[in-house]
Design a protein around this ligand. Sequence first.
Ligand code: AOF
Ligand code: ZN
Length: 350
Amino acid sequence: MSKDEQYMKRALDIARFGLGNVSPNPMVGCVIVYEDNIIGEGWHKKFGGPHAEVYAVNNVEDKSLLHGSTIYINLEPCSYHGKTPACTDMLTKHKVKRVVISNRDPNPRVSGGGIQQLLKHKIKIKEGILWAEGRELNRRFFTNQEKERPYVILKWAQTADGFIAKENRDSKWISSDASRKIVHKWRAEEDAILVGRGTVQFDNPTLNVRDWEGNNPVRIVIDTGLKLDNSYLIFDQRIETIVYNYVKDQIQGNLIFRRINKDNFLEGMLNDLNEKGLGSIIVEGGAATLNNFIKAGLWDEARVFVSPDKFKKGIEAPKIIKDPESQEMIAEDKLYIYRFNATENGNTGE
Ligand code: AOF
Ligand code: ZN
């Protein structure tokens, strides 16, 4: 690894601390280096809060050193005043020497404009360092910007013989305790969690984060004909909950009913979620709902636990006709990860 790559790796590592708190903004880390020493670093901590560069510059004790420093940042610095001031103004004010970037910011309000601002002030630029790693870290953000929809993660647990539930719909005990703990971590990492009507009816889930510390995602239920009565746990008003349907638009406190056209329903729903600023969803079932996302090609990642049990009959698990990108053991379960598109690799994206 070159020096530039090593410092960029540090920027990416600290950027990741923002996971679960910055969406739909990207995770950004910034490392300031003077004569091969890190003199300041910081990351974007919270949506609407200061950007990574601000924390990093504030972290530098002797600001006069900024003049001769290199700034490592995994995303092109922003050049417009959004919820917070333009980072390029701060960097040019301090007359930093060089800026090293992993990815350009696809946000149309930046999109190369940040780099141009810095060049205009004679600051040296190097971009594309650990480009693929940066794309991977911010895959949710890049999907939001490029496809104008949330990043979609499908998740289910199935038996070794391919069933997601028993014939009586009992699906609670397929995966191990360890796998279930990971699922709660995953819930805290995404903006929303989605299930279909059947899952609410048969499992009455809470869809919150219990076995992990973190934010509860917004709950989403697809109940096109509004068949669910208000006795289910997800209607307890404790967490914002959206019911997507064909029938009505209505707001009842924390419970929102949202009508979407029947044609291209999933696209319409994802579009609505994008407009609400929800950058990612984890789809936890059931089989019909998961299959609808797969059929429509509207997914980015699938995380599938396979337990050693055999049910012999029951509700068939969804199938993804491609090889998993990775597999690992979680206690006695196998966890397979599939990607709709294999990670982009190799070039600088220019
Ligand atoms: C940076 N550094 O740490 C982040 C950036 O509304 P604002 O002001 O928070 O701006 C949000 C946009 O800024 C976001 O969509 C993305 O384009 C960029 N994020 N830029 O220079 C950061 N988080
Ligand atoms: Zn910024």
